[in-house]
Design a protein around this ligand. Structure first.
Ligand SMILES: Cc1ncc(COP(=O)(O)O)c(C=O)c1O
Length: 429
């Protein structure tokens, strides 16, 4: 063949480069070439090799394997967002006509997913308010319950779950416990070590850490009982007659099914670029979370002594209802997201947010920067007053996510903001 035309050379010029980079390469490609004719059939038949990034990508898999190791799981699945991780985890386990038991102290996006979306697909949910009462979990479980779901450290008021206690209730019914470990991170708390079966994350938060990407992950403990009759999607062969997830993966059947049948069909694939950034974030996770936890404790202790502060819901403080449990299960720090309720209601909360300069006003958490949000008028706006009260969200409540700045600067900023709101009116004029 003679020399190819300009346009052909233009699109086909970049041949494969073989090198051994130390940092994880970003395989930013939709697909992968098949070397031999038979490789394509081996991929579609037995799932061998890489073919298409929605099904598998080396950059994504590098992050999955690191995260599975850090959480103590047997495998992980990276997804496009935390919401995607929660959706895929639940849809792997629960079918139409079935039921899920959920802590009432959860991220509002998860509540919306259950009540507004999954309810339309025939999946119902019961919410447990007193998360420390095993009888309340037991009472919520029905014959058609297929999963129990809770957050390790809960969004908003820092309720800390006794994972071992709730896992025992779920396991007595042959049901897995799914834990959203976003607030704790695997550095501070590893739910699988306490009996959880599945862990989900919003990787957008502490894992990525720099507020630049959205991502999510599922980590599985590999504890599926292949003899269970509750999950035919995991134990029975599908219409192709291929071996079932339990036949192929044994205790890893949940993750195999999520990876092969739920995530690629629904399609919330992470970009390899985002996967790379999440992987980079994970490399400094413990350093950031150490610093953030120390900063959060210093800020929370200072806040607790301020006259304008009615309460501080930080599990690191002795005043928090779950502090004794926290001392037992969180030896490396108490996290860095918590709420504070100010006297004076929404107006005081608004004035403090408007006066803060070092804190960023935004809806996010786990960032290296310190953030503040007013839940009653944002994340919790669609709840009734009674529902907000049950969650510890009041008109004067602020949610802080403490970053890695110098703690003294954060306290100075809060001090000047509180001084501005408590100054006599004539001084403000
Ligand atoms: C505890 C928790 N889980 C899940 C999510 C959803 O994650 P994402 O925003 O990455 O979809 C969030 C988001 O704020 C969260 O706080």
């Amino acid at each position: 063949m003679g020399r190819k035309g300009f346009t052909t050379r233009q699109v086909q010029g970049s041949g494969a480069v073989h090198a051994t980079p130390r940092a994880t390469p970003i395989y930013l490609t939709a697909g992968f070439t098949f070397d031999e004719f038979g490789d394509a059939a081996a991929h579609f038949g037995a799932g061998e090799g890489y073919a298409y990034t929605r099904i598998g990508n080396p950059t994504v898999e590098a992050v999955e394997s690191t995260l599975a190791g850090l959480e103590g799981g047997t495998g992980a699945l990276l997804l496009a967002s935390g919401q995607a991780a929660t959706s895929v985890a639940i849809l792997t386990l629960v079918s139409a006509g079935e039921h899920i038991v959920v802590s009432n102290h959860i991220y509002e996006g998860t509540r919306g997913l259950l009540l507004d979306n999954l309810a339309r697909f025939g999946i119902s949910a019961s919410f447990v308010q007193d998360i420390h009462d095993p009888a309340a979990w037991e009472a919520a479980i029905r014959p058609e319950t297929r999963a129990v779901f809770a957050e390790s450290i809960s969004n908003a008021t820092n309720r800390l779950l006794d994972v071992a206690e709730v896992a025992a209730v779920a396991h007595a019914h042959g049901i897995p416990l799914v834990i959203d470990n976003t607030f704790a991170t695997p550095y501070l708390y590893r739910p699988i070590e306490h009996g959880a079966d599945v862990v989900v994350h919003s990787a957008s938060k502490f894992l990525a850490g720099h507020g630049a990407v959205i991502g999510g992950a599922i980590v599985d403990a590999g504890t599926f009982d292949a003899g269970s009759t509750l999950y035919p999607q995991l134990t029975e062969r599908d219409r192709s007659g291929a071996p079932s997830p339990a036949e192929r993966a044994g205790g890893g059947a949940r993750l195999a099914y999520a990876r092969d049948s739920v995530a690629p069909r629904l399609g919330p694939t992470p970009s390899p670029l985002n996967a790379f950034l999440i992987g980079q974030g994970i490399e400094t996770l413990s350093l950031r979370v150490d610093r953030q936890s120390a900063n959060a404790l210093a800020v929370a202790e200072w806040l607790a002594g301020q006259p304008v502060v009615a309460s501080v819901d930080y599990v690191g403080l002795a005043s928090h209802a779950d502090h004794a449990l926290a001392e037992r299960v969180l030896p490396d720090g108490f996290g860095s997201v918590f709420t504070v309720t100010l006297d004076g209601g929404a107006e005081t909360a608004r004035s403090v947010i408007e006066a803060l300069e070092t804190f960023t006003h935004m809806t996010h958490l786990g960032d290296v920067r310190s953030l503040v949000l007013h839940p009653a008028s944002t994340s919790h706006i669609h709840l009734s007053d009674d529902e907000r009260t049950a969650l510890g969200v009041f008109p004067g409540t602020l949610r802080f996510s403490i970053g890695i700045e110098d703690a003294a600067d954060l306290i100075d900023d809060l001090a000047q903001a509180f001084a501005a709101v408590s100054a006599p009116v004539e001084l403000l004029a």
